[in-house]
Structure formats: C-alpha cells, structure tokens
Write a protein that binds this ligand. Structure first.
Ligand code: TRP
Length: 365
C-alpha cells in the first residue's frame, strides 16, 4: 500500500550543538523543503536512542544537548507549525519495529555497512568490543524512517548506506508479510560544496572532539577568531606566491556560503568567486583579505540565526512544549504503522478475539 502522501523524516543525534557544517549539509535544505509547501508532512527526529548506542555510558551528554539542538532547529527557521520536532526515546513504536526488523537482516549484511565500519574505526571498536546496539543502529534507523511512512529522507551522503539498508528491509518485510511499508528515497544536498564541510583546521569533517567547528550559536568574536586561525594553503607563504584552492578551507567555505551580491557589497574588485579564485591561484591575493571577506559572509547568515536564538532562549518552557507535544504527536502517528505491521505479521492477538474462533476451527480440522 504505497502511500501517496509526500512525507519527510530526517534527524540528528543530539551529541553536541549543531555547527555550520550541519547547516550547509542539511538544515538549510530542511528549511527550504519546509517552506516549499511540496511536502504533506515534515518530521524531524532528535535521535537520542541512536546517540546512546555509542554514548551509553554518558547519557548526561545527550540530556544536555536536547534543548540545545531544539534551539538550533528553531533558530535556523524550522517552524514548529509546519514541522514536527520529536524525540526518539518518547516514541514507543520505534522500539517495537526495530525488534521485528532485526529478523529481516543478517549480521553479515550489517557488517558491510560502510558508514558503520568507518564509525567503528573512529571509535576504536573491534569485533570483540562492538556493542550490539551500535552494530544494529541502521535497523533502528529503518524503524525511524518507516514508522512515519517517510517517502523522502533529506540527508548527507554518509547516510546513503542507511537508506539502502532501510529499502532492503522494507522489501523483505513487504514480500514476507504483505505490502505495508513505504520504500524511502534519500534526498542528497543539491551542491557538491554542501555535501561535507571540512573543519576549520582543514581536516575532513567538523567534529567537536577535534575542536574545529564553527557553531550556529557562536558569537561574533568566536567566529572572527576561528576564521582568522583557519587552515588555508601551507605553500602560500607570501602574498605574491601562487596559491591553491583545492583543499583550502577558506575557499571551500566560500563555495558553500557566499553569493554574488556579497562581492558587490564587500569585495567589489571581483564580480564573483571564480574571479577571486583566479587571482589567488595566480598570486597577489593574501589570506587575510580572503578571511575578512569570509567573516562577513558568515556573519550575513549567522546574525539572523543568533537573533532568533536569543528570542527563543527567553522562552525555554515554550521550547519544552514544542518537543513534548511533537513527541506525543509522533508517538500516535507511528502507533498506527505499528498496528499495521502487527496485523500483517499476525501478532495482533488482542485487537479483537478472533483468535478464539480460529482456535475452534483448528481443533475441528
Ligand atoms: N544517523 C543520523 C545521523 O547520524 C541521525 C538519524 C537518526 C537519522 N535517525 C534518522 C537521519 C532517520 C535520517 C533519518 O546524523
């Protein structure tokens, strides 16, 4: 039963404040999708249970970030009247579905998931020390996606293996028990520059533990200081030296965030980023000048976010209500999927007492 509605489900693990990499990679798109009016439903899941799979010994960290992540969403323009923001641990159907889906996937298949593999390496889990909860989180993520009947999952490329896994489980479920679940599709970021933003130190990814993030909640001075210390091109020593664009964090950020109007306003000697890059490559354009421009570019998008955040921070009880009512709403909605799943699996014994007459017909066979 393919649902005709267009439904979005996406989410984040609440293990830290969100940074501009999250913005470029997903939050900006979510706000656009929310405002496009093209979707019947948008659900944003704060995946605290998933966060626990590799932070089981530190639930306090997740608790600390619950309101913080909600503030990040609200300050970038997620509108609680248009999108449901909900918390995974408060949605019982997700746990039940995970348990049933576990039967539909093999450990061999799970161990081939490239995202899980690289996370295992990062976290130093070998196969002996690998927690089963962490190993199977893609199954739980399948429950997240299917419980909402999501057709569309806007996410970065690192989530592709999760969606592929979800599609396989859906097909297996539907062919085994009947057509109940909706097969989701991933919606990748539009531009290559937005796929993954490097850290300010030039390493592949922004990560809290590396201390290389610019947070959405950073004040003006922190942004300034972080940009001024940013990794550029180590071979570009004197201004006159030819410089490299490839792997140069300042230019990667400009790719992701700058627009032509900002050149007119702040750097009129170039008409666009391509012209600026050409000059840098030729030699004669200094890093400090590039960084000062980047600071202005970042401020243009961060300052309205900061203002909205300041407003929401004055009404934290309202933020709390948004989370709790969103979670209740999501719990009800996903319970419907769980009922259909149980019905298809013939384990809905107590919905009515039909099992009594079935028993009678069994013994009279
Ligand atoms: N795995 C995602 C991440 O690490 C978070 C997540 C949990 C998610 N459940 C989801 C993303 C469902 C998309 C859909 O960021």
């Amino acid at each position: 039963m393919e649902s005709k509605k267009k439904i979005i489900l996406t989410g984040d693990r609440p293990t830290g404040k969100l940074h501009i990499g999250h913005y470029a990679g997903s939050l900006k798109r979510r706000v656009e999708l929310q405002n496009s009016g093209e979707y019947d439903e948008i659900n944003i899941l704060i995946a605290d249970d998933q966060a626990l799979t590799d932070n089981w010994d530190n639930p306090a960290k997740i608790r600390e970030n619950m309101i913080e992540v909600a503030l990040d969403y609200l300050s970038v323009g997620i509108d609680p009247d248009k999108a449901t923001i909900c918390v995974q641990s408060g949605i019982p159907a997700l746990h039940a579905l995970t348990f049933y889906y576990m039967n539909l996937v093999t450990t061999a298949r799970l161990s081939r998931n490239p995202t899980v593999k690289s996370e295992m390496q990062q976290k130093g889990f070998d196969s002996e020390g690998l927690p089963a909860g962490f190993f199977t989180y893609p199954v739980s993520q399948t429950a997240d996606i299917t419980a909402f009947n999501a057709t569309t999952v806007p996410a970065g490329e690192d989530q592709e293996p999760m969606i592929e896994q979800a599609r396989e489980i859906v097909r297996k479920f539907n062919s085994t028990y009947g057509d109940v679940l909706v097969e989701p599709e991933i919606l990748l970021p539009k531009e290559k520059a937005q796929l993954r933003l490097p850290g300010t130190d030039g390493s592949a990814k922004m990560s809290k533990s590396l201390g290389n993030c610019i947070y959405l909640s950073d004040d003006k001075k922190s942004v300034h200081d972080k940009v001024m210390k940013m990794y550029t091109d180590p071979e570009h020593i004197n201004i006159a030296d030819p410089g490299h664009i490839e792997g140069n964090t300042v230019f990667t950020y400009l790719d992701a965030f700058s627009c032509e109007d900002q050149f007119k306003e702040y750097l009129p000697e170039y008409s666009c980023l391509e012209e600026m890059k050409e000059h840098y490559k030729k030699g004669g354009l200094g890093d400090v000048k590039c960084k000062k421009f980047l600071i202005k570019v970042l401020e243009d998008f961060l300052s309205p976010i900061r203002e909205r955040r300041a407003e929401w921070q004055k009404k934290i009880p309202e933020v709390y209500d948004i989370l709790s009512s969103g979670t209740r709403h999501a719990a009800d909605e996903t319970d419907e999927t769980l009922s259909k799943v149980r019905e298809a699996m013939k384990i809905d014994y107590f919905k009515d007492d039909s099992i009594i007459s079935e028993w009678n017909s069994f013994i009279n066979k």
